[in-house]
Structure formats: C-alpha cells, structure tokens
Design a protein around this ligand. Structure first.
Ligand SMILES: *Cc1c(COP(=O)(O)O)cnc(C)c1O
Length: 345
C-alpha cells in the first residue's frame, strides 16, 4: 500500500534532504551563553523581517504564546481573543495554568470588531472586575479555516486596544501564510503589536520551533520566562538552520499550498453537500461542516483513512484538511475524490 495522503496538519511535514543537509552543516554553540551562531542569525533575521528590535527562539509556538502572556499580563488579568483561538482551545489551559489569566473569546470566523472589543473590556474602577490588559489576534486563524485577518481591521483593533490601555499580541504561527496570501509586508503586519510569535514547524517545513519578536526590554523578560519554563536550549543551531532553510526555500511556495487548498475546497463544494464557505479558504486550511444526513466527523475521518487519506475531526461534525509541502497537487485532487466519495457525493 502506498503512503497515506496526510492532510491532518501542516506540522506533519518532514525535513527535506536539503533541509537536513543545512542542519548537519549548521555552526552551533551554547545558546544559553548566547553563543549559538545559527540561532543568533535566525533571531536577527526574524527581528528584521518583522521590523522588531529583538527576537527569541522558543521550542514551540505554544511555549511562545505562554511566554508572551507571562510578559504582557499579571495573574488574574483578562485577555481578549477571537472565538476558538489557539490560546483558548489548543494549549491545555496554559493561559490559566502558567500566566494565571482568563481568556474571553469574542467575534466569529476568526475576527472581531472594535465594538465587540469595547463591549468585552471590563470597565476599570469597579472592584469586582478583572483587569483586561491584553488583546490577542491569531493570524491566520486556524479553527476559522485559515482566514487572514484583514490588515485594516488589525490596525483599527490595535489602535483601539492601545487607546484603552491594552497590550497587543499577535499569534502568527501562520503569519507567513497570511503574508503570502494578502501581500501585506511582514513588518507591517507585526507593527501594531507589542509581541509577535511566528512558527517554523508549519508551512515552512522545519522540525520545530517558533520565534517571539518585539522590543529589547520585552524580549529580555521573555528570555527569563523561557528559562523558567525549561525552554532554553543548548546547541539549538541545528533547529535554527532548519528554520533559516525554510525561510529561504519554503516561504514563497506557500502559494502552492493555498492553491491546493482552494482546489480541494472547490471540489468538495461542487460534489458533496458539505457546509463550506469558499470565502474562508484563503490559505492552506479547509474546515468544513457536515450537516444532518451526512456521517459525523469521526466516521468521515475513519472512512477516509481506509482509503489512504488522513484528515482531522475538529468537532463532532467538523473536519479539517490542511495542505503543505509534503502533498502535491495530484495528491490533493486524489484526496478530494476520496472525501467526495466518503461524503456520498
Ligand atoms: C500550531 C499553532 C500554535 C502552536 O505551535 P506548536 O509549535 O504546535 O506548539 C500556536 N498558534 C497557532 C495559531 C497555531 O496554529
């Protein structure tokens, strides 16, 4: 049997031969002494790409998000985020367990309005309310189907948050996809935030790692929290080299992943009675819903698997498929045909 077509996530990519060669050749040192040249190069490069003063390597996007909360909030604070945010759904309650904050989710489809932000900010001065001190934006938004948060909205929201005394954090695990899909320069997308997190383990195809970028003083604070959480590494250059290779060779090609996702979504909509708004398919993620009459998500996932296509159940009647470096246009067409058949189309 041939290997399955794995659309569960863009994290399933394996380092290419060229990426492995770059990792093997990477100059390394002890990063806790600031002496890993490859990590230093990556941090400088990402800081420059994002137009930020400084940047810090973290072993995962989840830890990067946790560290950002620890830097920008105090225990008991409240954080405003989009509905079904990674911070609220995919980090094992880390916001509460590590930073001691609660997350309030607002809006829909990965975005929210200034009016919704205003309504969610607890007024200061009343002793019973928590302090709302941070607004977090996820771009692209995973559970909303990889939508790009429009830059004019990002600017409005960040200006409003700032005017109301809130810090701003960008969970940009897939900011590369947002950048490639929208054409907005990375430094422009990062500019209105205090801290920005980006990941290398998704579309860029590296085996792991994220970088948190921002002003020097905040990154110095982030460094202390990283150590405290046990995320400071030693000869990390092997990972950093993979990330640098991803930036050099796998950034521009994200347009292919986006085209593949679009093709998959269009085939599904044309041939199967799924609920899928094509307007949400802006990058490499296809999230669709199964109305009554169709099998539920675990059944669809199991039947697709029998035919060599792997997708994820994102809810009882919600399925996610993600395109990436390790799946070709032909494999995405094949996956669409299998899904259509499984869905009775
Ligand atoms: C994947 C992801 C993360 C976390 O990254 P890991 O490296 O898997 O911990 C954070 N935010 C978003 C939006 C993600 O999709």
């Amino acid at each position: 049997m041939t290997a399955p077509i794995d659309l569960r996530s863009d994290t399933v990519t394996r380092p290419t031969d060229a990426m492995r060669a770059a990792m093997a050749a990477a100059p390394v040192g002890d990063d806790q002494y600031g002496e890993d040249p490859s990590t230093n190069r990556l941090q400088a490069r990402v800081a420059e790409l994002l137009g930020q003063e400084a940047a810090l390597w973290l072993p995962s996007g989840t830890m990067s998000n946790q560290v950002a909360l620890l830097v920008l909030t105090r225990r008991g604070d409240e954080v405003i985020a989009s509905r079904e945010s990674h911070a609220g759904w995919h980090e094992v309650g880390g916001a509460a367990a590590n930073a001691g904050v609660q997350i309030v989710e607002i809006g829909r489809g990965g975005i929210f309005s200034v009016e919704e932000l205003d309504a969610a900010i607890k007024p200061a001065g009343l002793p019973v309310f928590p302090s709302t001190t941070l607004m977090e934006i996820e771009n692209t938004h995973n559970r909303a189907g990889g939508v790009v948060v429009p830059q004019p909205l990002v600017q409005q929201l960040c200006a409003a948050a700032k005017a109301r005394g809130l810090h701003r954090f960008l969970d940009g695990a897939r900011l590369w996809n947002a950048h490639v899909a929208s054409g907005v320069p990375l430094h422009e997308m990062a500019a209105p935030f205090d801290l920005v997190s980006v990941a290398f383990s998704k579309g860029l195809g590296a085996p792991g790692g994220s970088v948190l970028a921002g002003p020097k003083a905040l990154i110095a604070a982030a460094d202390r929290h990283r150590r405290r959480l046990g995320g400071a590494m030693r000869q990390n250059g092997i990972f950093a080299a993979a990330a640098l290779h991803g930036l050099d060779h796998h950034l521009a090609r994200l347009v292919d992943d986006h085209a593949h996702a679009r093709g998959l979504a269009e085939r599904l909509v044309a041939a199967a009675p799924v609920q899928l708004d094509l307007a949400t398919v802006q990058t490499n993620i296809v999230v669709f819903h199964l109305p009554a009459g169709l099998p539920d998500a675990p059944t669809v996932v199991a039947r697709a698997r029998e035919q060599g296509v792997l997708v994820n159940a994102f809810g009882p009647r919600t399925v996610r498929a993600v395109t990436h470096l390790d799946v070709s246009a032909a494999q995405c067409e094949r996956a669409a045909a299998v899904l259509v058949q499984v869905l009775g189309g």
